[in-house]
Design a protein around this ligand. Structure first.
Ligand code: SF4
Length: 384
């Protein structure tokens, strides 16, 4: 399969207290970062790979003006074999964009935008420390569509302290009203090292009870299914469309790029903190813009580490990634890849999970039930 190219833009207007993605707010480093990124692209050309996705994430890529984004796309196309039909995604945050900017991004080759709405509710937005209002989020969605984007993704967060089923349903309702092709609904997580994590540890914040989070998860599945969205991964939903045979499909509206992470397809990550995977090797860049710039200025790749995954590690990864997807682990593919008999090796574990209604085993698939999805990490750990 064709590979994916990820470019991490490490700048944000302001840090959100729940976020553990690497980014800084010092804009004075934009020009030096761009020079370094261009050097990294030129130094890492790989004639053996063709790419059908280019994903600019972050951070907040939309803090960069359209001409800068155009320069990134142009250099990527010069350095890598990016196919003509490639999905080119830009992550955008409301409060950093205008209609003109969307029009220019599209003109310069972006064909998919993913908008970090997170919530339309002012109380939630304040809790999440976002820079935008619900009105800004609506404006961004309207402008993206007005600018002609026909592949639009929207991110939401739920499981926020004090959130109720009613307020979450309101967010979902407002999200589907704009008919995005793709929706990502993430449960708020408390990542070590973030201000939100500290607030919870030190008792300043009371997280939503697990039973309430489970209820919101089930609400999400039911509401989105009723509104024509097909869940294809724990947190990801694609709007259904009809294929040429008149059958319902979510194929065209899934995030082609993110699918690569779940399907063991090679991807190259550029920019500070970005990870790359070329089976069986994984390597990653330093999470420090200044060091990233220094390394590349000195003609060195800004690598912070690498590992070669053993067959056992690859198997664990395949199970974890397979279980994330609603299609589950494809047993014949797994058996062929690793030269094993999946059903025989994990017979006991599968029987145990099946009996508890957490997993479903069919002829060729092993997938989590919707209840099982809530316990992905602990279920995947049972296979180790
Ligand atoms: S805007 Fe996005 S990347 Fe930046 S701090 Fe907030 S959540 Fe993190």
């Amino acid at each position: 399969m064709d590979a994916g190219l990820y470019i991490h833009i490490p700048f944000c207007v302001k840090k959100c207290p729940y976020c553990d993605f690497y980014s800084i707010t010092d804009r004075s480093l934009h020009p030096a970062f761009m020079d370094a990124l261009i050097s990294e692209m030129r130094m890492t050309r790989d004639p053996n790979l063709t790419f059908d996705t280019l994903y600019m994430g972050g951070g907040t890529p939309s803090v960069l003006d359209a001409k800068t984004i155009a320069k990134i796309i142009e250099t990527a196309c010069q350095s890598y074999e990016i196919l003509p039909h490639a999905e080119i995604t830009l992550e955008v945050n409301p409060g950093t964009v205008s209609l003109k900017q969307f029009e220019e991004y599209r003109f310069f080759g972006v064909n998919r935008v993913n908008i970090g709405v997170q919530s339309f509710d002012p109380v939630n937005l304040q809790f999440l420390g976002r820079i935008h209002s619900g009105r800004d989020a609506h404006a961004a969605l309207t402008w993206a569509q007005k600018a002609g984007f026909e592949n639009l993704g929207l991110d939401l967060i739920y499981g926020i302290p004090n959130q109720t089923k009613k307020t979450w349903l309101m967010d979902l309702k407002l999200a589907v009203e704009s008919k995005p092709q793709h929706l990502s609904c993430y449960i708020l997580s408390f990542e070590p090292g973030t201000p939100l994590y500290r607030d919870r540890q030190e008792g300043r914040l009371k997280p939503l009870a697990e039973s309430q989070v489970c209820e919101l998860f089930e609400t999400t599945l039911e509401f989105l299914s009723d509104h024509g969205y097909i869940q294809y991964e724990i947190s990801n939903f694609a709007r259904e469309s009809m294929n040429s045979s008149g059958l319902k499909t979510d194929g065209d509206n899934r995030s082609r790029h993110n699918m690569k992470y779940w399907k063991f397809v090679p991807y190259i990550g550029l920019g500070p903190s970005a990870h790359s995977f070329l089976e069986p090797k994984r390597y990653w860049n330093c999470a420090d813009v200044k060091k990233y710039i220094q390394d590349l200025n000195a003609g060195r790749l800004p690598r912070a580490g690498e590992e070669r995954l053993s067959t056992e590690q690859l198997m664990i990864e395949a199970i974890y990634l397979g279980l994330r997807q609603t299609k589950g682990i494809l047993i014949d593919v797994f058996d062929k890849k690793f030269g094993v008999n999946f059903k025989a090796i994990f017979e006991e574990i599968i029987a145990n999970l099946e009996a508890r209604g957490l997993i479903v085993l069919s002829q060729n698939r092993c997938a989590l039930t919707s209840r099982g999805m809530l316990y992905l990490d602990s279920i995947a750990a049972m296979f180790i």
